[in-house]
Design a binder for this molecule. Structure first.
Ligand SMILES: [Ca+2]
Ligand SMILES: [Ca+2]
Length: 151
């Protein structure tokens, strides 16, 4: 349930950046050659700042603000139009990262943070949509426990 919600969240972003037209909202900045490289998208209870970091005309970093505070940042690190890293924040503090580090569109790792440090890592190495391995880390960053879930 929890994990399903995360996948829905990522898909919602994809539908946003696949829009066409002046596609990504209001242009809020242009780089020196006059092309847009930053857009502002206003929703009902949130706004998004979309940034094109590699100047290909498409946003690859999307920052979402809710109630004026940074809530999450989505990254397309290989510039293929698909989100491959999501960082979620509460009161501006990083709480969770959702990783697709092999860029196949499927999540294989979720990291939970406590006071800015990794506390729990959930792994789905075979990308079947189930968490197979849960790792717990202590305050010094050392692995303290590793659970393998058998299905
Ligand atoms: Ca781009
Ligand atoms: Ca993946």
């Amino acid at each position: 349930m929890h994990k399903a919600a995360l996948f829905v969240f990522v898909l919602a972003f994809l539908s946003l950046i696949s829009c066409t037209g002046e596609p990504y909202g209001i242009v809020s900045h242009r780089d020196r050659d006059g092309r847009a490289d930053q857009w502002l998208y206003k929703g009902e209870n949130e706004y998004k700042i979309l940034i094109d970091t590699n100047s290909d005309g498409r946003p690859d970093v999307v920052k979402t603000y809710r109630k004026g505070a940074l809530a999450d940042v989505e990254y397309d690190r290989n510039f293929d139009g698909t989100v491959d890293l999501v960082r979620q924040y509460i009161d501006g503090i990083l709480t969770r990262e959702i990783h697709d580090d092999d860029f196949d569109g499927k999540t294989e790792c979720i990291k939970e943070f406590r006071r800015g440090r990794v506390a729990i890592v959930e792994r789905d190495p075979e990308e079947r949509g189930y968490i197979d391995v849960v790792e717990y880390y202590d305050d010094a960053g050392n692995l303290s426990r590793r659970e393998v879930r058998v299905r």
